[in-house]
Design a protein around this ligand. Structure first.
Ligand SMILES: Nc1ncnc2c1ncn2[C@@H]1O[C@H](COP(=O)(O)OP(=O)(O)OP(=O)(O)O)[C@@H](O)[C@H]1O
Length: 297
């Protein structure tokens, strides 16, 4: 798969504060790549460097295998923090202005409005739009010159649940059309819902990177219930059990590496116990994220 972005040793210091420390990262074509981290972890600074608005202290990065130039940056659309639109102009007029500034054909406006589902409201003044609609217009504007990559900084910040759901659906739709997306978020849930790959940042340090699908790998937790009085002891007797907790009326059994729920099921069956509830719980991104952050000290 083609490498869209390659980052090597990228560093940004603000005085004595190191906002981004020796970051190495690769983003491949077609990925929805999440930069996950708490406030102040360096996400916006990283995106700023990638967009050429923040000067790196050290390190380098390339887009499509080439050093970043203004020509290359035309292939990248970005919605960073607060986009500026004219409140008294319509969505359509605002996009016409942006199309002029970006020197791209006005004929693209109808397509992007359609994609973000604002065609019906295109002639209404920007100031009458909901926050979700404003964000969708910002995304439409970023897509005007048909970029290959779309960068979004905290795309659902401040939106209501409906607006959040719409933006997440839109991101998936844009990704399905073949664009590579890089987004910053402090929401685990968001990254899990929309991203294919992610990196975790803590105080400017990249502490994990990998596919979102991998999140479920590692130690399995199995939720078990069976009508026997000494179930807890039996579960502890199983050689693959790392720990047993009681939660929500079930036993939560954390298995050792290389043990799976089917091994536990067979063990119980061999003891004459038929579980009436045995569900494999994948390790959540949240748990992993918290683990990664606590390990990073
Ligand atoms: N222009 C600047 N001058 C001084 N320090 C800065 C500047 N910009 C960012 N920082 C500091 O760099 C660190 C990283 O900030 P950054 O905004 O990149 O984090 P973030 O993960 O995007 O968080 P948030 O979501 O809160 O913006 C923070 O400690 C921040 O205070």
């Amino acid at each position: 798969m083609e490498t869209v972005l390659s980052i090597k040793g990228l560093t940004k210091n603000f005085g004595r504060l190191c906002a981004v420390n020796q970051m190495n990262l690769e983003v491949k074509q077609g990925q929805v790549f999440g930069m996950l981290g708490p406030n102040g972890s360096g996400k916006t600074t990283t995106l700023g460097m990638l967009m050429g608005v923040v000067n790196p202290t050290a390190g380098e990065f390339s887009w499509f295998g080439e050093a970043p130039t203004s020509g290359i940056r035309k292939k990248i659309g970005a919605v960073l923090e607060h986009p500026i639109f004219y409140p008294y102009l319509s969505g359509q007029k605002n996009l016409e202005l942006n199309a002029m500034i970006k020197e791209c054909p006005a004929s693209n406006i109808a397509n992007v409005l359609d994609l973000v589902e604002l065609t019906a409201r295109r002639d209404d003044k920007y100031k009458t739009y909901s926050l979700g609609m404003k964000q969708r217009l910002a995304i439409a504007s970023a897509l005007l010159n048909e970029p290959t990559v779309l960068i979004l900084d905290e795309p659902t910040n401040g939106l209501d649940p409906m607006g959040i759901a719409e933006i997440r659906e839109l991101i998936k739709k844009i990704a399905a059309n073949g664009k590579t997306i890089i987004l910053a978020s402090h929401l685990l849930d968001e990254v899990q819902k929309v991203c294919t790959h992610f990196a975790v940042l803590k105080k400017g340090n990249l502490v994990h990177t990998g596919p979102v699908d991998d999140v479920g790998k590692g130690a399995e937790t199995v939720e078990v219930q069976a009508d026997v009085p000494n179930l807890s002891d039996m579960l502890l007797d199983f050689s693959g059990t790392a720990s047993v907790n009681r939660e929500n009326g079930y036993f939560q059994v954390t298995l050792r590496d290389d043990f799976h729920s089917k091994d536990l099921n067979r063990f119980l069956f061999d003891k004459g116990v038929v579980a009436n509830h045995l569900v494999t719980k994948k390790k959540s991104l949240e748990k992993m994220f918290l683990e990664i952050l606590s390990e990073a000290h």
